[in-house]
Design a binder for this molecule. Sequence first.
Ligand SMILES: [Zn+2]
Length: 205
Amino acid sequence: MEDMSTLPKSIQNLINEFSKLPGIGPKTASRLAFYLLRQSKVDTEVFAQAISNLQKNIIYCDVCYNMSETNPCKICADAHRNHNLICIVEDALDVVAMDQIQSFNGVYHVLGGVISPLDGVGPEKLKIAELFKRLESPDPKEIILATNPSLEGEATAMYITKQLKDKNLTHIKITRLARGLPQGADLEYADESTLSRALEGRQEF
Ligand SMILES: [Zn+2]
């Protein structure tokens, strides 16, 4: 890391912190730090407060493992939703993307990533056991596998399907979002109509 030792320590500290963010190099980190320095005291206070509230107020819903400020989260607590239609996604941003779809009134299960042996992520690091626990009740359910159409996303969908079949949970219908999504695309960047079509055209997996 670039050490601009002539800088006051509090600026250097902030530059160091910004540099730890993904995609931010030392140059951008310095630009951001100097930008904040030029803002009003109130604005920087608001910014600092937003960062410090992040860890303080965010918890994970015990039902779907989405980020929330309440437990269960607003979606799981919503009686108007169909709790037997569970959309399985990788992360919280995918919930945001899927929830733009007006016609979807189900609930979610957030895995917290995908199976990726190269990154040392096995199924035990994801909320998969929690998913199976959730599916134990005998009412008929449909789960929509909405992991991204990437190699890891497909492998994760296959893994979950195989486990469900092995457990003989025949009251569960398994579907996968249709191929409307381009290969390798990220759900969170898909627009509403693309996602809506992918949802409508979902097929049994
Ligand atoms: Zn929830």
